[in-house]
Design a protein around this ligand. Structure first.
Ligand code: PLP
Length: 427
């Protein structure tokens, strides 16, 4: 399959942008070949620079839950843009989206908007440290919380794809305050807490992991973390950058019924514009500047275009039955993939929750980073390129989750399953 114009554009890009991309996984290093350059996208489809159309399963790594160029979001952005793009002064739309977000998510009274998921998680941890007066944090191997220094310790997807779980440039001084635990292993967390009694400010977790493929928590795991946090005066930080406004209106807190102390958002909350946010109950949020001493700021934070896009998106999600529809479509896809891979005799595991799903080419269930890493990458590469050639676009790394959009039709899902049936013959 030729990707002529994409190849030419990639060659040009590499001369002026490191690796030709502005975020590493886009470079296709894990799967080989040339990244396709996107010309435009609408609904469930993207069209590349060679005018080839694809059915889309990344959706900008999550945000485009209603599909690309969703009209209410686009209209909101256009209308706002006509009135100016940034002021660095308060605007009404910031309060409107804050009120809406707080009304949709359990257990939060206040929210602060930033420009990315990275900023949200970085600020949440600073707030947790400021609130508790303790320095250390626990994170889980394979969980990604953005590219801020404290988190680049066994950080899943992008980092693992490039074989650098711990990035150079993160100082030993910073790394020593990040304690690493095994996902879905409560005993391991207990041990770490007892070895660092009185020193841990927060446990940060993707409550449904999405950066080592999709890994839901085993029964009792999140509840156990909640109990441990309560017993040891530790804040529980849910990084819902992927799962917030995707798995349910109120994210994992609502879906699985476990309360967090601080919640981080990104992706869907910005409707496809650069937005992140972190939220908590009033008592915690009052520690933030300008009320409290924990500093956090941003020239473009609360940007009117981004807030308009996010507000339009949340309004759409707050009505109707998007989440049920997405669940049904993802379940349908799961059953279809499972059937064709089983019939072709391909060893595999499929993890799914809500509209997040991942296919792993391994024998054992995938419940943590170690089991995710056992997937057969050669099979994944063939799978990826076989699908790409057939007009199906999934994430170019075995460690990434697929994100469905509600713009996908059952016909799209059938085409995808049929393509997988064809590709399975070569695996
Ligand atoms: N947290 C999670 C769970 C993520 O998946 C990501 C990005 O994929 C981030 C944080 C960082 O978000 P951003 O890329 O917007 O900085």
């Amino acid at each position: 399959m030729e990707y002529k114009r994409s190849s030419a554009l990639f060659t040009e890009a590499q001369k002026v942008i490191p690796g030709g991309v502005n975020s590493p996984v886009r470079a296709f290093k894990a799967v080989g070949g040339t990244p396709i350059f996107v010309k435009e996208a609408k609904g469930a489809y993207i069209i590349d620079e060679d005018d080839k159309q694809y059915i889309e399963y990344i959706n900008s790594w999550g945000p485009m839950i209603l599909g690309h160029a969703h009209k209410p979001v686009i209209d909101a952005v256009i209308e706002k843009a006509k009135k100016g793009t940034s002021f660095g002064m308060p605007t009404e739309i910031e309060t409107k989206i804050a009120e809406l977000a707080v009304s949709m998510v359990p257990n939060i009274d206040m929210i602060r908007f930033v420009n990315s998921g990275t900023e949200a998680c970085m600020s949440a941890v600073r707030l947790a440290r400021g609130f508790t007066g303790k320095d250390k944090i626990i994170k889980f191997a394979g969980c990604y919380h953005g590219h801020s220094d404290s988190f680049l310790i066994q950080a899943g997807s992008g980092a693992v794809t490039f074989g650098s779980p711990n990035s150079p440039g993160v100082t030993a001084g910073t790394a020593k305050d990040t304690l690493l635990a095994r996902f879905n292993d409560l005993e391991n967390v207990k041990e770490i807490i007892s070895q660092n009694e009185g020193e841990i400010s927060c446990i940060i977790i993707e409550p449904v992991a999405g950066n080592m493929g999709c890994i839901p928590p085993v029964a009792g795991f999140l509840e156990g973390l909640r109990t441990l946090c309560d017993a040891h005066n530790i804040l529980l930080v849910f990084d819902e950058v992927m799962t917030g406004f995707r798995l349910a209106k109120g994210g994992v807190q609502e879906l699985l019924g476990v309360n967090a102390d601080i919640v981080c958002f990104g992706k869907v909350i910005g409707g496809g514009l650069p937005v992140g946010a972190f939220a908590a109950r009033k008592e915690i949020m009052h520690h933030l500047a300008p009320i409290g001493p924990v500093y956090q700021a941003g020239t473009l934070s609360g940007n009117p275009l981004a807030m308009a896009a996010g507000f339009a998106m949340l309004q759409e999600l707050n009505t109707g039955n998007v989440f049920q529809s997405l669940h049904d479509k993802t379940e349908y896809l799961h059953k279809g993939i499972s059937k064709v891979l089983t019939e072709a005799g391909v060893t595999h595991q499929i993890n799914r929750i809500g509209s997040m799903i991942s296919v792993h080419f391994c024998e054992e269930p995938v419940i943590d980073f170690a089991s995710a890493a056992k997937g057969n990458n050669d099979s994944f590469k063939k799978f990826f390129h076989g699908l790409l050639d057939r007009g199906i676009y999934i994430a170019p790394s075995a460690f990434e989750t697929w994100f469905l959009s509600d713009a996908l039709s059952y016909e799209d899902l059938d085409k995808t399953i049929q393509a997988i049936e064809e590709v399975a013959k070569d695996l």
